[in-house]
Ligand binder design. Sequence first.
Ligand code: SF4
Ligand code: SF4
Length: 65
Amino acid sequence: MRKAVNDINRCVACGVCCKECPRQAIEIYKGCYALVDTGVCVGCGICEKACPAGSITVSDTEEGR
Ligand code: SF4
Ligand code: SF4
């Protein structure tokens, strides 16, 4: 299943992805970076397109992490 993965080194914690995610699968962890709950993410790709830093990638994942 496709899941969003955030590169925390590029993320600027702007919160845009949290607002755009239709599943509310993303939160800003301790004000530092976006954390994706992969159990909730449905891999729609909206956050990937919305992220101004280009830090989110949606791709196929074997494990349900
Ligand atoms: S891929 Fe879709 S469901 Fe998953 S975190 Fe991004 S916006 Fe939310
Ligand atoms: S939109 Fe991108 S830069 Fe902003 S919090 Fe989300 S992952 Fe980080």
